[in-house]
Design a binder for this molecule. Sequence first.
Ligand code: HXC
Length: 297
Amino acid sequence: MNSENYISKIWQRGIFENRVVFCTGGSGDICSSQVRALVYLGANACIVGRNKQKAERVAADIANARPGANVLGIGNVDVRKIEALEAAVSKCVSTLGGIDFVIAGAAGNFLAPFVQLSTNAFKSVIDIDLMGSWNTVKTTVPHLLDSVAKYPGAGDYEGGRIIFISATLQYTGVPLNTHGVVAKAGVDALSAQLAIELGPRGVTSNVIAPGMIQSTEGERRLFRNSGIDMVRRVPTGRLGTIKDVNNATVFLLAETGDYVNGTVQVVDGAAWRIGAQVTTGVEYPASVLVEPKILKL
Ligand code: HXC
């Protein structure tokens, strides 16, 4: 894949040399591309996902971004299971020598009105998005502290950085996504807490909040078939690209992000500011005034 499709030419190659990124949801459209950009710029990486074949295939593909790159793909890792993450982190550290950057990107979503949302459905998304993010940082932070010790930073970029992939829908709330909104609000709060508690130890924690990013699973699941011209809803006049998200990622992890901690980097062309959130195309409130249909609580 031509690097110009996923990363800006302004970043200097080699800036992430010797750094290792550990990424959950790393087989997905957004996170795999973030990792590809970091690998292109010098990093090695470990991506984890539920599907073994997919994680291994995507890792091999990402490794093509740079000759000599070492990219590990570990499957059968459900972020809801902390033991699975613990094992993956351990494999990453023993194979690649440590973890300098963490991207917590695993997420699950679908559209459903509250009256058709079972307790288990709500819990599934909370468990993947929020508990999965918690499990990711709980298992990786010890290695991020080692990274800070290794790269103490003296005007240069450091190690010990966390990025959570969140969303914008929780800023206003949206119909049909109570599970996602509540989960992502929790992810944002978790990141802010880590910025406060780990900042004194040299770790930074920030959120990237992608808006409507084209050619992603979020787009396919949440708004591609809405029948609405989403482009006209974005002040910047286009849908986002994965490259937009990747450039924000590099900004936060490179020297440019040295003093950026506890922030939310919204990459959405200002869409949320005019309420242009994900939608089904079904008018509100008709979209929520549907027949209650939960077979079990
Ligand atoms: C109502 C639903 C549902 C739907 C699932 N459920 N889909 N309820 N409407 N459309 C319910 C099920 O009936 C079940 O509840 C419960 O959710 C768990 O479903 P399972 O299939 O058993 O769970 P699991 O296999 O763990 O799958 C989790 C999932 C699934 C979240 C439901 O969609 C998934 O794995 N998604 C992963 C990939 C993904 O979604 N990526 C998109 C990320 S986009 P019952 O009561 O029947 O047991 C994203 C962007 C957001 O996050 C922001 C964009 C701006």
